[in-house]
Design a protein around this ligand. Structure first.
Ligand SMILES: Cc1cc2nc3c(=O)[nH]c(=O)nc-3n(C[C@H](O)[C@H](O)[C@H](O)COP(=O)(O)OP(=O)(O)OC[C@H]3O[C@@H](n4cnc5c(N)ncnc54)[C@H](O)[C@@H]3O)c2cc1C
Length: 387
């Protein structure tokens, strides 16, 4: 049965009972709900905001998908997630992931490590020299040799992806309640917890905490977590030089990662992805100021945008550096940039995706579902997490 309950605040009622409560309707919570519902679990997703509220991470039209990682674990997860994104497209009829090809350049040691991992997993790739690459992708300049991945990188339509995951979960019987903030979670036993919202409480066997930047505040001292650092990132979409964006042109841009950073005078590494009908989104990775998710919104940081414009002027002459459309959203990072995916008693925590969780979401949903269903352990870290 499919239900969406638009919650109106009500007096606290007696506890209802549901097998699994997922806190957070972002990409991770909805991916988990889809996998859980596929396996026949009874699932309710509680989301404090409306779908695609501007302050949550899914905001925006595009996210990078790529298998080019230095960690073998991440390559495997990216390969699995590609298959599951395709399953989701098949199940919902949505077109979500376009493989545009991807390129890496910059720090030679780092891209050599990416190439080695790709080779070990039989992912097709090739080296181009910088002039060859500049001729092939007019509008881009490169810092040394270029590692091209022709068919294992591309663009995810972020907002549509979360909408499709939600629809697929609901189509399999999950319930999604918007405007339903979880205020508190109580652990009552190894297989029992109670989740409190302004509209009432729910008793449940498992709680999946997929609350992004708000996860640490909700977990409190129920589970010892590593410190989660929240930064406010400000990527921007730059239109193509030459006026009206042309859909075919911007969508011919590969996704790209420039492995650079403070040693080269930039605040961080740089990523980019074409955005349909708008231009190319470019951002520094994890270079934003600290952000308190429960505090007031700071004014947008001008310095970050100025450096991004400098970067575009130097390396991406095909884009108009003077006409950015800025976005703001949160990176939630662990100290070692690995994912936080673990279960303690009835609680499964899925957070700290350190700026690269979106591409893996469909595989991470499967891993959350494994942790929820595992009947044995009191406490377990997901086997695929190398944290
Ligand atoms: C600028 C930027 C660019 C990025 N680019 C990429 C990229 O190119 N490729 C990639 O793979 N990844 C990328 N990422 C990372 C990726 O977007 C995130 O890892 C991912 O979106 C995190 O999803 P989430 O579901 O964990 O968190 P969120 O999307 O933040 O969702 C958490 C949800 O929980 C809800 N919530 C919070 N507290 C409560 C509560 N008390 N009760 C109920 N609901 C609650 C929130 O409203 C929110 O909807 C990027 C991130 C940023 C910020």
């Amino acid at each position: 049965m499919t239900r969406v309950l638009d919650a109106v605040p009500q007096p606290r009622a007696r506890s209802a009972s549901v097998e699994v409560v997922v806190v957070g309707g972002g990409v991770i919570g909805t991916a988990a709900a889809w996998q859980l519902a596929r396996r026949g679990h009874e699932v309710v997703v509680l989301e404090k905001a409306e779908l695609c509220h501007p302050r949550v991470s899914p905001h925006g039209a595009a996210r990078v998908y790529r298998q080019g990682c230095t960690s073998p674990l991440h390559v495997k997860l990216a390969v699995e997630s590609l298959q599951r994104w395709r399953e989701l497209e098949h199940e919902t009829g949505a077109s979500l992931l376009t493989l545009t090809g991807g390129i890496d350049h910059g720090d030679p040691k780092r891209i050599a490590a990416v190439a080695r991992t790709l080779a070990a997993h039989d992912v097709r790739h090739a080296w181009l020299d910088r002039d060859e690459a500049a001729a092939r992708w007019p509008g881009m300049q490169f810092d040394g040799p270029v590692l091209h991945q022709p068919d294992s990188a591309g663009r995810l339509r972020a907002d549509q992806a979360v909408a499709a995951l939600t629809a697929a979960a609901m189509g399999r019987g999950a319930t999604v309640r918007y405007s339903t903030p979880v205020e508190q979670i109580e652990v009552l036993g190894r297989d029992l917890a109670e989740v409190h919202t302004p509209g009432g409480s729910i008793r449940t066997r498992r709680v999946v905490l997929a609350a992004g930047a708000w996860t640490a505040g909700l977990v409190g001292d129920l589970v010892p977590l590593p410190p989660l650092q929240v930064t406010e990132e400000q990527p921007a979409v730059f239109p193509l030089v030459g006026g009206t964006p042309s859909v075919p042109t911007e969508l011919r841009w590969p996704t790209f990662v420039h492995h650079t950073g403070p040693d080269d005078g930039w605040p961080g590494g740089v990523y980019g992805v074409g955005v349909p009908c708008a231009g190319v989104k470019v951002g520094f990775g994890g270079a934003g100021p600290r952000w308190d998710p429960d505090g007031t919104d700071p004014a947008p940081e001008q310095a970050q945008l100025s450096r991004l414009q400098d970067y575009v002027g130097e390396f991406l002459p095909g884009l108009d550096a003077g006409a950015p459309t800025r976005f703001r959203c949160a990176f939630v990072s662990t100290p070692d940039a690995e994912f936080l995916l673990e279960r303690t008693g009835p609680l499964v925590v899925a957070a700290g995706f350190s700026g690269h969780g979106f591409k893996f979401a469909t595989a991470l949903g499967r891993m959350v579902s494994d942790l929820v269903g595992d009947p044995d352990p009191e406490s377990r870290r997901a086997p695929a997490s190398s944290r």
